[in-house]
Design a protein around this ligand. Structure first.
Ligand SMILES: [Zn+2]
Length: 101
């Protein structure tokens, strides 16, 4: 399957479920940008997945940091198109927690 037909299928499935497919700039440095402070490092060694941001000192898992950055970029693009984006998929945590007795 080509990339474009894969993206077409994703668009179809997203539309079917009332969701939006957002394309992120392929040159966006999702792995090398700290999702907490937006500091961008020049290089991350591939054999050392966790890295420490030199600005805010938080330790990142490379893949999780990249996923958070991609999600944030998607939210920014959707908001730029005038769409509202709800946090936590529109689900809100209840203020009353159930306690098993
Ligand atoms: Zn940082």
């Amino acid at each position: 399957m080509s990339w474009s037909s894969f993206v077409d299928k994703l668009k179809y499935k997203a539309k079917q479920q009332g969701k939006h497919l957002v394309k992120i700039d392929p040159w966006f440095a999702s792995s090398k940008t700290c999702h907490c402070c937006d500091h961008k490092v020049d290089k991350i060694p591939l054999n050392l997945p966790p890295w420490k941001c030199p600005k805010c000192f938080i330790i990142h898992d490379r893949d999780i940091n990249a996923a958070i950055n991609v999600k944030q970029q998607g939210i920014i693009k959707l908001k730029a198109e005038g769409l509202s984006v709800s946090a936590n998929r529109g689900l809100r945590k209840t203020s009353h927690e159930l306690i098993a007795v």
